[in-house]
Design a protein around this ligand. Structure first.
Ligand code: SF4
Ligand code: SF4
Length: 454
C-alpha cells in the first residue's frame, strides 16, 4: 500500500501518472449530460444577480450586507481552492459571460472573429487587470463597500457581454478576463486535465471537436479537444465531447506537478505572473500586520499611498530577484523547446498556495461576522449559537500546513528536474542554489503569515 502511494506521489515518470476518470460512469454522464452544467450555471447566475442587486441597493455596511463576504469571503476563496482540484473548470460555470450567452442565443451577436490584437496582447492585458483588482482590493474601499463590489462585478459582466455581442464565442473569457487568466495559469497545477486520446484521434479525418453542427455550437474558447495541450485555456466544460464521434476526449486525474515539470518555466506564467503574484502577496500580508501599522504611524504617510508603494516595490523586487536568479543560476536551453527557467518553475506551488492561504485567512477570520449578518438579515437565531469565531492559532496551523505541502512540492519539482528530467546535467551548485532560493521564499512566507494574524 505504502509502496503504491509512493509510486503515485513520487513516480519515475510523472507524465505517465494519470487515470481516466470516465471509467466511472457517474463522472462520465455528469459531463455528457449538459443539463448538469446548465443547472449549476443557473444557480451561479441567481447568486450573481443577488450580489449585484443587493450590493447596489441594499444597506452599505459590511455588518448588514452579506454581499461583501459572499464575494470576497466565499466566492474568491472557492475559486482559488478550485485551481488545485478542478483547474479552469470554474470558467465552465462562471456567470460573467451570461449576458454574452443570451445575446448569442438570440442571434444578436455580430459573431466576428476575435481580432489579432486581442490574441496577441490579451494575455498581458488580462494579467494587468488582475493585478489592478488585487491592488484596488486593499488600497480602496472596493472590498468594504457592497456597492463598489457590485459595480466591479457588473462591469465585468458588461465587458463580457459587449465582447459576446461583437465576437463569436467567449472572446472576453479566452483573452481578457482577469480571473480567467489567473485561473488558467494556476490550473497548471490542477489535479485534473481534459485531453483527447491521441491514438484515437490519429484515425479521425474531420477534427469534428473543433467544428459545430446545426444543433451544437463549437468550443466557446476556440479550442476543441484535439487542440488542448495544457490546462491554460480549456474550461473542462466537456462541451466538445458531444462533437466527437469517436469517444476520444477524457477527463484524467493526474499528478498535480506534471504540467509544471513539463513546462519547465517557459512562458509568461514564469516570466512575470508568478514573481509578481508572490510580491503582491507579501505586500498584502505585510499591510495586515501590526508592525506595518506601527511603522506607518512613524512616517506619517497615507495608508493607501504607503500600500501602493509597498505593492509596487515588492512586486518588482521579486520580479528582479527572479531575473537575478536566472542570471546567477543560469537558464537552461534546449535547441527545440527554447529557454527553461527552472528556479521560477519550482516556486509555482508557493505562489498559488500563498494566494490560497491569503484568501482562506479572510474566510476564517470573517466567517463569524458573516453568520451574524445572516442571522440579523434572516432572523435565524440558531446560527448565532454556533459561535464560529476561529482563533488565529488554528488559522496559523492551517496556513503552515498548506505552506509546508507547497514547500515539499517545490523541492520535489527541483529534485525531479535535477535527477530525472535533466539527468544530472544541471551543475550541483545550481541545484543547491535553486534550493536555497526556494528556501528563502518559504522562509519569507513562514515569517510573514503569523505577522498578518493579529
Ligand atoms: S477528439 Fe474526436 S473529433 Fe476531435 S480529433 Fe479526436 S477523434 Fe476527432
Ligand atoms: S476544448 Fe472542449 S472542454 Fe475545453 S473549453 Fe473547449 S469545449 Fe470545453
Amino acid at each position: 500500500m505504502l509502496k503504491k502511494l509512493r509510486s503515485i506521489l513520487f513516480p519515475d515518470n510523472i507524465a505517465e501518472v494519470r487515470w481516466d476518470l470516465f471509467r466511472f460512469q457517474r463522472i462520465k454522464s455528469f459531463f455528457y449530460n449538459r443539463k448538469n452544467f446548465a443547472y449549476i450555471r443557473t444557480f451561479g447566475d441567481i447568486v450573481f444577480i443577488f450580489i449585484i442587486l443587493y450590493g447596489l441597493f441594499g444597506p452599505q455596511s459590511k455588518e448588514e450586507n452579506p454581499v461583501i463576504f459572499l464575494t470576497w469571503g466565499i466566492w474568491w476563496p472557492s475559486v482559488v481552492l478550485s485551481w488545485f482540484f478542478l483547474g479552469r473548470m470554474w470558467c465552465a460555470f462562471c456567470p460573467f459571460p451570461g449576458v454574452a450567452r443570451l445575446f448569442q442565443r438570440l442571434k444578436l451577436s455580430l459573431e466576428k472573429e476575435p481580432p489579432l490584437w486581442l490574441k496577441k496582447y490579451g494575455i498581458h492585458l488580462a494579467t494587468t487587470f488582475f493585478f489592478v483588482i488585487i491592488w484596488l482590493e486593499t488600497a480602496t474601499p472596493l472590498a468594504q463597500v457592497p456597492r463598489y463590489t457590485a459595480l466591479l462585478i457588473l462591469s465585468v459582466v458588461g465587458f463580457a457581454g459587449l465582447f459576446g455581442i461583437l465576437y463569436k464565442g467567449y472572446a472576453w473569457c479566452r483573452y481578457l478576463c482577469p480571473l480567467g487568466r489567473i485561473t488558467g495559469v494556476s490550473a497548471t497545477m490542477a489535479l485534473i486535465e481534459f485531453r483527447p486520446n491521441h491514438s484515437v484521434c490519429k484515425g479521425c479525418k474531420g477534427a469534428y471537436c473543433k467544428k459545430s453542427t446545426p444543433n451544437i455550437s463549437p468550443c466557446p474558447v476556440y479550442l476543441g479537444a484535439i487542440s488542448v495541450q495544457n490546462n491554460l485555456n480549456c474550461f473542462i466544460c466537456g462541451h466538445c465531447l458531444l462533437l466527437c464521434p469517436n469517444d476520444s476526449p477524457r477527463v484524467y486525474l493526474r499528478h498535480p506537478l506534471k504540467e509544471i515539470i513539463s513546462n519547465k518555466g517557459k512562458g509568461i506564467t514564469c516570466s512575470y505572473i508568478v514573481p509578481f503574484l508572490i510580491g503582491s502577496q507579501i505586500s498584502r500580508f505585510l499591510v495586515e500586520s501590526s508592525s506595518w501599522k506601527a511603522f506607518l504611524s512613524q512616517i506619517y504617510l497615507d495608508e493607501k499611498i504607503a500600500f501602493t508603494l509597498l505593492f509596487l516595490f515588492l512586486s518588482f523586487a521579486i520580479l528582479m530577484l527572479s531575473r537575478l536568479t536566472i542570471l546567477i543560476l543560469g537558464v537552461f536551453e534546449d535547441p527545440i523547446f527554447g529557454r527553461f527557467n527552472l528556479a521560477i518553475a519550482s516556486i509555482i506551488p508557493l505562489a498559488f498556495t500563498g494566494e490560497l492561504i491569503f484568501r482562506l485567512k479572510y474566510f476564517l477570520q470573517e466567517l463569524d461576522e458573516f453568520l451574524n449578518t445572516i442571522t440579523n438579515l434572516l432572523e435565524l437565531k440558531f446560527l448565532q449559537a454556533l459561535n464560529l469565531q476561529i482563533s488565529n492559532v488554528y488559522i496559523l496551523i492551517i496556513s503552515y500546513f498548506l505552506l509546508f505541502i507547497a514547500f515539499i512540492a517545490t523541492l520535489y519539482i527541483i529534485y525531479y528536474f535535477y535527477s530525472k528530467e535533466f539527468e544530472h546535467e544541471i551543475p550541483f551548485k545550481n541545484f543547491t542554489g535553486i534550493i536555497f532560493f526556494d528556501f528563502c521564499l518559504f522562509f519569507i512566507y513562514f515569517i510573514i503569515i503569523p505577522l498578518s494574524l493579529h
